[in-house]
Design a protein around this ligand. Sequence first.
Ligand code: PGA
Length: 248
Amino acid sequence: MRKKVLAANWKMNLLRNEALDLYSNLDLALLNFQEIETVLFPPSIYISELQTKGNLSLGIQNIYFENKGAYTGEIAAAQAKSIGCTYVLIGHSERRELFLESDDLLKKKVNSALAENLKIIFSCGESLEVRTKKDHLSFVKKQLENSLFHLSEKEILNCIIAYEPIWAIGSGLNASEQQAEEMHSEIRYLLAENYSNKISEQISIIYGGSCNTSNAAQLFACPNVDGALVGGASLDKFSFIELAARLK
Ligand code: PGA
């Protein structure tokens, strides 16, 4: 069966001491949730200082697709791996929108991450404009086709898909259970169509966008929602631990 996944995306938040403090609290508390795959995406400059005593996996919020060389400010997949990362986040809408990352660039990042045996949380999701036109299903389908569905069966099994509607991220307005389940079951169907039922059933599809302690139980009750990628609510240890308890 597929894993339940709870991931924290700290984005560009927290100073060093705040990050170390939150990390040590979470790392210990999450020991009680061994059956869930918990992943933390801290700001990359802190990662090498974080030593897990439990089952919290570390991920990097971004990589560049080249292995090494003259790319000032960038970080390669192999470098992320060398400081203890096992995951990378690719396709987040903030990277797509603010840093103009195209489907084609994301595809290269996906390939580069897998070449270093990093697992991927691949984020997809539509804008409010696209949803208003009722084009959300075909929009997300294209995102997956353009950046992910070229992978082999073995490779796609190292990916978790995060459905994160842009209008829900940081807005306090989460997708309803119906909206989340509609998209998650569509993604599951696309995985079956492009790979097989067996593969599709093994891949975790998680939800992101204003997921918090007041809406998590309803979202996690959806048959195709296997967990969450959490921004704001992951910056508070009590909220994040409560989310793990809801998912368990
Ligand atoms: P949010 O962010 O939980 O603050 O909406 C989610 C994300 O951006 O991954």
